[in-house]
Unconditional design. Structure first.
Length: 405
């Protein structure tokens, strides 16, 4: 019997690791984004906002310029799609009153100090909730500020475990420790007798996922499967030495917790070296197809993701269609999907609370369940999501659901 491989993910809160998107030197590309935005974006309600309604403003901070701009632009654009849909459908019903939604987005360049400045700007503009930050460092930089200001904070994509330490903070994406654990379980369940790891030891995200992967193998009595542990640093483009060592071990599968730019170089060099090894990656591989000219080098690669744009579900395809139509045929990534879902989560929280009071909103966040692009979403009392991850496989230049026999 064939089934979609999924695992209920309750994000861990024990380790303070890195992010789905980590810092300003994260590899990123804005090739398929509509345009890089300026440092500050005026509140946007979308063309369908009802002028007779008052407005709930979502404040958001993330990189719209700089090395990680691709992630911030995706988050901004995913939120704009959701807001336009909600306003077109009549807005958000809070108690017996309907409201439009609007987005106020400030550029933080994935810099912690700039994130604090951006947050202050949002509060000066009297936003009602915070959807941010996009990156982990920036999210951590503002969590104590949002606590002090008694405002609900929901990060769509910051995955450092420490982000949700305060009771007013929630996250939509799953954490790095959960990724490492899930991928280790995948390797074991698929019956591989040997695994190598190639990770970025100068990057918290990559290192955090790798350490969780290794810990899970050890704790489940499978430490002997790990036959090679090789590393690189950010901006490396030649992985020949590491891959040659891995080839000598005869590892059957190689785990690469990395962002898509490094992943593309690694996949090509695996093929160039004639290395016969299967590859499994973390969610940083999302977007890797846009980094290669010969997609055949990626055939058979499997990676973990909450979303992929070729998912045949009606909900996903409607989102992809709307995104492409609004943003010059751009293809949405997981950051856009996480943001889109975050807006719908906030809508559900306001409607469940029946008020804009922060205490009521926080309580409502643990009582709602939202059917999103990234799965059925609910939250535990620690602020972390309970939802299912997907493994996808790249075949013939496209992302496909990874089925398990």
């Amino acid at each position: 019997m064939r089934k979609i491989y999924g695992l209920a993910l309750v994000a861990a809160a024990a380790l303070s690791l890195a992010a789905c998107s980590n810092s300003s030197n994260t590899e990123s590309s804005s090739d398929n984004k509509s345009t890089e935005a300026g440092a500050s974006e005026a509140a946007s309600e979308g063309a369908s906002a009802n002028p007779d309604l008052e407005t709930i403003t979502i404040g958001s901070t993330g990189p719209l310029t700089g090395g990680a701009a691709s992630y911030g632009i995706s988050v901004k654009q995913g939120a704009e799609i959701a807001i336009e849909e909600i306003n077109n459908a009549g807005g958000v019903k809070v108690g017996d009153k309907n409201y439009n939604l609007a987005l106020q987005f400030e550029d933080d360049e994935a810099d912690e100090e700039k994130a604090r400045t951006a947050y202050s700007t949002l509060m000066d503009k009297k936003v009602d909730v915070i959807m941010g930050a996009v990156t982990s460092g920036s999210s951590l930089a503002i969590t104590d500020l949002t606590k002090a200001d008694n405002i609900l904070q929901l990060t769509p994509s910051g995955s450092a475990a420490g982000i949700t330490a305060n009771d007013n903070v929630f996250r939509l994406c799953f954490t790095d420790p959960i990724q490492g654990k899930t991928i280790a379980d995948y390797v074991v369940k698929q019956g591989y007798d040997s695994v190598a790891v190639l990770y970025n030891n100068s990057d918290e995200y990559s290192t955090g996922v790798y350490e969780a992967f290794k810990n899970e193998l050890t704790e489940t009595g499978n430490a002997d499967l790990l036959v090679a542990e090789e590393s690189f640093v950010s901006d490396d483009v030649d992985f020949t030495a590491q891959l040659t060592k891995i080839k000598a071990t005869g590892a059957k599968i190689m785990f690469v917790p990395a962002y898509y730019e490094a992943a593309a170089y690694i996949a090509k060099q695996v093929k160039d070296l004639g290395l016969e090894v299967e590859i499994v990656g973390s969610d940083g591989w999302d977007g890797v197809l846009g980094q290669v000219t010969d997609t055949s080098v990626l055939d058979g690669v499997v990676f973990l993701t909450p979303f992929y744009p070729t998912d045949p579900s009606e909900k996903v395809q409607n989102f992809v269609k709307a995104y492409k139509a609004k943003y010059n045929n751009a293809i949405p990534d997981q950051f856009a999907a996480d943001s889109y879902d975050s807006v719908y989560v906030l809508k559900a929280a306001f409607e469940k609370a029946g008020t804009k009071d922060t205490a009521d909103l926080i309580k409502a966040m643990t009582e709602i369940s939202v059917d999103g692009l990234t799965g059925q979403i609910s939250f535990d009392v620690s602020g972390d999501p309970i939802k299912e991850a997907k493994f996808v496989i790249i075949e013939n230049g496209a992302y496909q659901t990874k089925d398990i026999d």
